[in-house]
Design a protein around this ligand. Structure first.
Ligand SMILES: *[C@@H]1O[C@H](CO)[C@@H](O)[C@H](O)[C@H]1NC(C)=O
Ligand SMILES: *[C@@H]1O[C@H](CO)[C@@H](O)[C@H](O)[C@H]1NC(C)=O
Ligand SMILES: *[C@@H]1O[C@H](CO)[C@@H](O)[C@H](O)[C@H]1NC(C)=O
Length: 233
């Protein structure tokens, strides 16, 4: 059974490529993350529905997504953004510009809105859609801000790499080790695994740093103080 499942993964992976790293977390893990990223500062800007919906609608327009699409459709947004990132570098740059406009549109409420605790406290949230929503924007931040020159330079290799066994091994290991009592250590360990694997595939040290950061940034607020190391320099 196990080898059949692994073969399927390879086949599915080979048919597409993706820059945003794909993996799943259980509802329990998502809830734990949400709790860990509860905003601590009472002075922090609230996430206002009217502004949030307005900025989201503007973001949706670029991708041809219906105006009704929101954080509740996180998996759909993740897949749509992924599709545009993988078209070519020109489209990736446009996606990054669209992300910057969204960031500026939300202004001081950006990080309050892009927060699992905030969103999961709205009525009847779906956990995996909410997680996919948040990690789409965190991934875009990693890629379009810190990782921008690397992703433009190595778009092809960085986009193809997550279809390989080396990537799947890191992610499968994460899936098997992440738990409430081993959350941040599992994130850290996966960052190191991805660092080594991206370096081996696309060249040290920039590719490894990119792959580690892209993963780590999703956990920036739930695992404080984790860092990706630049090695092989
Ligand atoms: C591991 O992956 C499976 C299959 O995608 C998923 O159902 C499960 O929730 C994952 N486990 C954790 C701890 O994330
Ligand atoms: C978006 O999410 C809402 C609420 O869950 C759902 O009713 C709607 O069908 C979803 N739209 C798409 C295109 O998936
Ligand atoms: C990038 O992809 C888009 C969508 O497929 C296409 O319209 C455009 O011509 C491509 N641009 C370049 C420079 O390849």
């Amino acid at each position: 059974m196990r080898s059949v499942a692994l073969c399927l993964l390879v086949l599915v992976g080979a048919s597409q490529s993706y820059l945003l790293q794909d993996y799943t977390l259980s509802d329990d893990e998502i809830q734990l993350m949400a709790f860990r990223e509860q905003p601590q500062n009472a002075a922090i800007s609230a996430c206002q529905d009217i502004q949030f919906n307005y900025c989201q609608t503007t973001f949706n327009t670029f991708f041809g997504m219906d105006e009704s699409i929101s954080w509740r459709n996180g998996t759909y947004i993740f897949n749509t953004v992924q599709k545009y990132l993988m078209m070519n570098v020109t489209e990736l740059v446009k996606v990054c510009n669209t992300r910057t406009q969204f960031y500026q549109c939300l202004g001081s409420s950006y990080y309050t809105c892009m927060n699992l605790y905030t969103l999961l406290n709205k009525p009847q949230p779906d956990f995996s859609n909410t997680f996919d929503y948040v990690r789409t924007f965190r991934g875009l931040e990693g890629m379009c801000v810190g990782g921008f020159s690397e992703v433009v330079y190595q778009w092809d290799c960085l986009g193809t790499f997550p279809t390989t066994m080396a990537y799947q091994n890191c992610i499968n290991n994460f899936n098997q080790t992440v738990a409430a009592n081993n959350f941040c250590p599992a994130v850290q360990q996966t960052g190191v695994c991805l660092n080594d694997a991206y370096n081996a595939a696309c060249g040290a040290p920039a590719a490894g740093y990119f792959g580690c950061e892209l993963f780590r940034i999703t956990f920036d607020n739930s695992c404080w103080g984790l860092r990706c190391m630049v090695d092989g320099a």
